[in-house]
Design a protein. Structure first.
Length: 157
């Protein structure tokens, strides 16, 4: 009788371990395939500054909704301090929202980078140089058709 109880306990223990391993596998697969962000992609390189972009799903403040944003990363590849400036031109519904604005405006930027420094955008950023609206999760707002970083200028500090 004791032998059957031990055998049943051993069998149950194997079943619990198997279910636990399967649950971990399913959860890890779900997290790896439903990533909220893409990889950084090189957009442009100008006078020792590499500019990268990626899309990222960002939670909206005070709500459960989220939208996708285009994030920017600036990398100084030199051993000198640099200032990069320019303007983010953004097209929605085939209209450039920033091309004809008078200066100064929220689409113009100036970023100081120390030697070998990297600065990247996050969901919490409000500057267009670091975060630009890409598309809404529910399709209620026109998505970004295209963008350009124009009037780019790099100066040594």
């Amino acid at each position: 009788m004791a032998f059957h109880s031990i055998k049943a306990l051993y069998s149950m223990k194997k079943s619990v371990i198997f279910l636990f391993v399967m649950a971990i596998a399913i959860i890890s697969t779900a997290f790896s395939t439903s990533s909220n962000e893409s990889e950084w992609k090189l957009y442009k390189e100008i006078q020792g500054v590499k500019i990268f972009t990626k899309t990222n799903k960002c939670q909206l403040q005070h709500t459960t909704k989220s939208n996708q944003y285009l994030l920017f990363k600036y990398v100084n590849t030199t051993n000198k301090a640099l200032r990069i400036s320019g303007r983010v031109d953004a097209w929605y519904n085939n209209l450039c929202r920033s091309c004809n604005l008078s200066s100064p405006n929220e689409y113009e930027f100036s970023i100081d980078l120390q030697a070998s420094e990297s600065r990247e955008g996050y969901c919490s950023d409000d500057q267009k140089a670091f975060k630009l609206f890409y598309k809404s999760s529910d399709g209620s707002i026109a998505p970004l058709d295209k963008f350009e970083l124009s009037n780019l200028n790099v100066k040594e500090l």
